[in-house]
Design a protein around this ligand. Structure first.
Ligand code: GLP
Length: 244
């Protein structure tokens, strides 16, 4: 779905999420959201905060699972996705703390494996993700599933691609400060969501978007695996759609 600009597109996505929350609230049911970080979804979060403040949209029935976190990473670091999510969304809405899940980048390495399995179990126990929001990296990664990730991959510790680290370098004030690893939900975890919305803005994403949508399905462009999903939309602005 191609929108004139990212603002309009973000409004559309925020409304789809808000509609599901309202609908479930009426019947006293929960909504499970899979959330992403990066610059792409920030406007969606801005709109959700606006709906909460101006229209009283409540997040008390919402459970969230974030896609990924750098490793190692302390939750209070300015670079952590915990901090990002608090600043952009969680600190401004009425979500219950116990309903927020973000991979823990502060664990000892030997504890990560069990932690990742438990993260998968928590998603399953919650009833599975209703809407998974995604951005896309220039390598074609979703979450931090870099080229080489398999279709069935689950939540795990991964090594970041050089291109991904270069893209993150300015945020970390230099390539040498970018963590070499991350914990990410797997491609398989993402594909288990009932609905997937991938967003991309700007010409810089146009090439990888064309590959993801029209290219052959292959491990070297993990976003191509989304072609297997029966309820996945790419929400784009004109520039991100320009190579289609
Ligand atoms: C990071 C995140 C991804 C995100 C990507 C794109 O790698 N782990 O989930 O999709 O960045 O970032 P941006 O939205 O800033 O382009």
């Amino acid at each position: 779905k191609i929108h004139d600009n990212s603002d309009e597109a973000s409004f559309y996505v925020a409304n789809e999420i808000a509609d599901l929350i309202r609908q479930r609230q009426k019947s006293g049911k929960k909504v499970v959201l899979g959330l992403a970080t990066g610059s792409t979804p920030t406007k969606v979060y801005e709109y959700l905060v606006k709906f909460h403040k101006e229209e009283g949209l409540s997040f008390k029935n919402v459970i969230t699972f974030n896609l990924d976190e750098y490793f190692p990473m302390q939750p209070d670091s300015i670079h952590s996705y915990v901090r990002f999510m608090r600043e952009h969304l969680f600190d401004h809405i009425d979500i219950r703390k116990e309903n927020i899940h973000i991979p823990d980048g502060s664990l000892e390495k030997e504890d990560v494996r069990d932690y990742c399995q438990a993260y998968e179990q928590k998603i399953l126990k919650s009833g599975g993700i209703d809407i998974q929001v995604l951005g896309i990296g220039r390598t074609g990664h979703i979450g931090f599933n870099e080229p080489g990730s398999t279709l069935v991959s689950k939540t795990r510790l991964v090594r970041l691609d050089r291109v991904t680290k270069l893209d993150a370098a300015s945020d970390f004030f230099g390539l040498e400060n970018v963590p070499k690893r991350a914990i990410t939900m797997g491609v398989g975890t993402i594909l288990s969501a009932k609905r997937i919305i991938l967003m991309a803005w700007g010409e810089g994403k146009s090439e990888v978007i064309a590959k993801a949508v029209e290219g052959p399905i292959k491990e070297s462009v993990p976003a191509t695996f989304l072609q297997h999903h029966s309820n996945c939309d790419f929400i784009l602005d004109e520039a991100a759609a320009s190579a289609l």
